[in-house]
Design a protein around this ligand. Sequence first.
Ligand code: MRU
Length: 333
Amino acid sequence: MKVEIDGHIKDLRALWFEDGIIKFLDQRKIPEKVEIFNAKDYNDVAFAIKDMVVRGAPAIGVSAAYGIAQAVLQGKDIKKVSEVLKLTRPTAHDLFFAVDYMLKKIDEGEDPIKASENYAEDIVERARKIGEYGNSLIKDNSRIMTHCNAGALAVLDWGTALAPMRYAKREGKNIFVWVDETRPRLQGARLTSWELKQEGIDHKIIADNASGFIMQQGKVDLIIVGADRIALNGDFANKIGTYEKAVLAKENGIPFYVAAPMSTIDKSIESGKKIPIEERSQDEVLYAGSCRIAPEGVKAYNPAFDVTPSKYVEGFITEYGIIKPNKIKDLLW
Ligand code: MRU
């Protein structure tokens, strides 16, 4: 993606590995400023994932892959490093998929740097294909709604939910995107909007609780979101608030699609009931930036994800094509 940094436009990914250091576009600071966070060892990588310097399931997966490669270079205990990384964020399946991928490749004698770079290139190509397939759903003048950020920042490049929109725009289609602000971390208002602006895609940010009204007014043709973990029956976890969008989409006759690569599918679980849901600090709800917005002493509950039952999903946009939820289990590799 094109990023303005230090007064220059550069073609950058959400993260990359350079001279033994893993470099992240610090997603805690966008859009106010674009800064690089340098991870010098696996503790820095674990911090970056936990504190959401990097976020979005596929990008978390790549961070872990690079983190393991870096740890091998530094002669660290890979088993311990894997355990530390796996404890960072429980819902994003790509994290576990990437760690297991790296351990297998190292066990097979593959060069860890090469394995991590292959993992990164592969995920970018999968995201591009998601864009190509998803583009077929987007007609000229489509009004699309999305939730959270499932863009290039959440993958490395292209994105998942945003990839079809990038494709459609580059093909010259006129599109408009409703961007849910996505409380409490505001990934929609801060990150999706930042990406769409760079791509020249017309959009408006809406308060999360405005989406039902906008759907009811007939102003949404299609909804595309990403996923953090998909169960074999097609239930899936994504950013808190996704479930509400899906139910409201059904109520209003709007097709609801989930864009995700196969690394997000958890083949060990039959249904969404088994998906672990991350709970984050109550301060994310009690504060807007550094400003407290609730009375002193009041508590908050902050689940980071919810699970949407497959019956609300029109289709999954994958690197293998667009498939019905009941075909997820047939995708297995
Ligand atoms: O808490 P986050 O910002 O990591 O949550 C991200 C999402 O919910 C995304 O929709 C999902 O990871 C897919 S990213 C391609």
